[in-house]
Design a binder for this molecule. Structure first.
Ligand code: ADP
Ligand code: MG
Length: 486
């Protein structure tokens, strides 16, 4: 990150006046404050240096060359230096470009100015697949890739939503938001408004205009849905002055609201991992989340000094959370619980697993339960390996996890299996599919110096099978959702 003391204004791309500057600590929990005037006066943006994205080598098809992040709590720290950077580094430029883009679209679309811009990350899960709705453990990281939301309150109760590159959404009164309505992409952010209105915040709810733009690949298993929900949730909390972004307890509430938007309004029966990763993570750390009581621990996850990198392989095979197989897996788990006389599969310890499996009537249920119980155990072991810096062990756990998802839980697909096998053939320490499955992405723990070779190898393996060319990104543990500009 650039660190310059001279006070030289830096204006970016004329239309929206964006000023990046280092500032003294602001009272805002989310790292930005208004410089001058209200939303109707000349518009200015201020972005705190401590709140800028990590220097992630996270562009598709590129090797990551991240510089070490010394401060895992950077998102909470503010530079004491007041001044303006002379030039923007790559990530600052990307952030400013994203802010400009979303603000410009807002102005064009709604002929007014947003009250602020908020961002929220996608996520990639390191371990613990389908364990969240079984009250088990998960271990995701927030990605540096973000979804941005420019938002403004309205005087009436209309909701108007727009997303760059997505079909236009109809304006809808808040009272018309209900399960199955609206039907398009906008059900995710509209669902968040509904969740606030129906879970204790009805008095604060106003109409909303919002524009979104996203760097998170949509439908790639990297949780673009939680990113758009998370961006909406932090925006509404700030605009309605609910204070829920200030501490982890408030953020846990936001994650629950976002999850109910996804479950009830978008009607996707997912667990709460994605929203927690988006709203409660810490930069440079994986989020060890116990879905039984929603308690968290932050496990350091920085690969910079290890010579390793986390390669995300987006297979571009489609997956379907809201229909079909995902729901079937949930039903299998519920059926097993009913037979075993327990509320959740979390109640089964790994030591008791063999005995429990004997009480199940068929092989399908036995395999489902074995995956969930062993996968939760692998989250514990993964966290221990990461804390010990034992990435060889972490790689082995990736491989075990993939086998469990492929054979026992049956949520892999040919593209994911090829991505994993090709990664291992090319020297990865470990690889596994990640996310809900049936397509989407795999992750591989690889030597940084062999990244390019690895991507070529995986690409040619896909080519040989006649699969679509995969996309790649190199993941680092990014920061949680918050406000980036007024
Ligand atoms: P994933 O969360 O893995 O990307 P999902 O199927 O859960 O995949 O969610 C993808 C859906 O979320 C999209 O089809 C769209 O409806 C919605 N969505 C996500 N990001 C955006 C965005 N930036 N703009 C509009 N809709 C989005
Ligand atoms: Mg999703």
């Amino acid at each position: 990150m650039t660190s310059r003391g001279a006070c030289v204004p830096h204006f970016v791309r004329g239309v929206t006046e964006v000023m990046l500057r280092r500032v003294t600590p602001a009272p805002s929990p989310c790292g930005a404050k208004r410089l001058a005037g209200g939303p109707d006066t000349q518009f200015r943006w201020i972005v705190e240096s401590g709140f800028l994205p990590s220097r992630a080598g996270a562009l598709r098809g590129m090797t990551g060359q991240g510089k070490p992040q010394k401060d895992g709590e950077r998102e909470h720290k503010r530079s004491p230096c007041v001044g303006l950077p002379l030039s923007l580094d790559h990530d600052q430029e990307k952030l400013v470009t994203a802010i400009n883009q979303v603000v410009e679209h807002f102005r064009t679309h709604f002929s007014s100015t947003p009250e602020g811009v908020w961002e929220a990350p996608g996520r990639v899960n390191l371990m613990g697949e389908h364990t969240d709705y079984n009250h088990g453990l998960v271990l995701p990281i927030a990605l540096p890739q973000r979804t941005y939301a420019a938002v403004r309150r309205r005087d009436d109760s209309l909701v108007r939503l727009m997303s760059v590159g997505m079909p236009p959404a109809q304006a809808i009164p808040i009272t018309d938001i209900a399960p199955g309505s609206p039907k398009g992409w906008e059900r995710y952010p509209a669902g968040v408004i509904w969740a606030f209105a129906n879970h204790g915040y009805a008095d604060q709810v106003t109409g909303i205009d919002a524009v979104f733009t996203s760097e998170v690949p949509v439908g790639a298993g990297l949780s673009s849905s939680a990113a758009i929900e998370g961006a909406m949730a932090v925006a509404l909390s700030d605009l309605w002055d609910l204070g829920l972004t200030k501490d982890d307890q408030g953020r846990a509430t936001l994650a629950n609201l976002a999850q109910s938007a996804e479950n009830i309004i978008a009607q996707a029966p997912t667990g709460g991992m994605d929203q927690a990763a988006c709203l409660r993570s810490r930069e440079g750390h994986a989020l060890y989340l116990d879905c039984a009581d929603q308690s968290i621990r932050h496990i350091p996850f920085r690969l910079d000094d290890t010579g390793l990198a986390l390669l995300v392989i987006d297979t571009r095979a489609t997956h379907a959370h809201s229909t079909g197989e995902y729901g079937h897996r949930r039903s299998d788990c519920q059926e097993a619980c009913a037979i075993l006389g327990i509320d959740t599969l979390r109640e089964i310890s790994v030591d008791d697993l063999d005995g429990v499996l004997k009480r199940l009537p068929n092989d399908r249920l036995r395999r489902r339960v074995r995956h969930i119980v062993s996968e939760t155990h692998r989250v514990r072991l993964s966290a221990q390996a990461m804390e010990a810096g034992d990435f060889v062990e972490l790689g082995k756990l990736f491989v075990d996890s993939h086998a469990s998802m492929r054979d026992d839980y049956e949520i892999s697909c040919p593209e994911l299996d090829v991505a994993v096998i090709a990664s291992l053939e090319c020297g990865a320490l470990g690889a596994r599919m990640t996310g809900g499955g049936f397509g989407g992405s795999a992750i591989a723990l690889v030597y940084r110096q062999s990244l390019r070779e690895m991507m070529e190898w995986i690409g040619s393996a896909f080519d040989q099978k006649g699969f679509a060319t995969p996309d790649f990104l190199v993941a680092e543990a990014g920061r949680k959702a918050g406000r980036v500009a007024y």
